[in-house]
Design a protein around this ligand. Sequence first.
Ligand SMILES: Cc1ncc(COP(=O)(O)O)c(C=O)c1O
Length: 374
Amino acid sequence: MRLPRSTRLGFQPPAIGEEEIAAVTETLRSGWLTTGPRASLLEERMAAYLDAEHVLAVASGTAALHLALLAVGVGPGDEVITSPITWPATANVIEHCGAVPVFCDVRDTDLNIDPDLVPALVTERTKAILPVHLAGQVADLDPIMALGLPVVEDAAHAAESAYRGRKIGSISDASCFSLYATKNIAAGEGGLVATNRDDVAEAIGNMRLTRRGDGARYDQVTPGFKANLSDVLAAIALVQLDRVEEHTRVRLRQFDLYDQGLAGLSGIAPLVRDDRDTHARHLYVVRIDEATAGASRDTYQQALADELIGTSIHFLPVHRLTWFRERYPAQPPLPVAERAGDEVLSLPLSPAHSDDDILDAVDALRRVHERFTA
Ligand SMILES: Cc1ncc(COP(=O)(O)O)c(C=O)c1O
């Protein structure tokens, strides 16, 4: 076994190199600080990459989700069915529309929304369904889309994902990506909406700025959100897009190192991956079963921190967070999500890490496991 680390291993540092730095410098020299030619080029190139009719660049993944929900017509009093195993932003934007999030329990395999449970939650107030592709494994979209309601995907983790051979970005009413610092295409902040619907693209185009049009004769058709993407960030995202395949290969290798290194550890199991789909390998998530792993997830997380290994949790069930718990006190229990929320732990994964870094994380986890199961 390898010796413990002497320096901290970050959970998911961005892989930023000289090309990104040069692209930012070149953008600053060009004079385009706000939305300009690089944001347009990013939209064009992402549309080709995702095989989508339209891609709109916005300020964050949260803004992408918010504007997409508004664009498909979600408004006050409506209900939107979504997953509780997600970043709170997914549910926050439903609130921002004046609508009500209806949380559907997840599947025990991949912790994505359970399509068998969705139909029973549909009411005459349901305006949209918002599945999340957790960690890069896609939710099962066909049975969800068969319900005939607008579907907006939270694709923050799913830049390289495909569902049954089709890229995420070309399937539902709108797919919403994030360019946040940890994401597979990382600009620091930023988001993208991919859609094949002209009306959705038009609505988001109107909402993402204060108003639409140039020069003195501008007009306003709707109160805009000023949620556009700056060219400085678009320039970083363009370089990251150039490197997406190279980075995917690194993450694939890191997944293999974890799969091999952690095989056979009692009570520690990776989330199930469905090989009919393409997994974006955004997060390597294990579940820690306290009864057989000898300690809780929280104890493991602390023990790994003591070994200088950074980890994270994706995710705590959103319906149990204070805002949602207090606002919707009658929320029924969601047993699969609630158990998963106590068990999930995400291990270091990043193209900025070397194979040795990942092997350090593997050995630290093996050491900790040996201690807890002795
Ligand atoms: C699943 C999920 N949805 C939405 C978001 C929001 O994206 P952003 O931080 O770009 O607003 C994130 C991440 O940050 C996320 O992980």
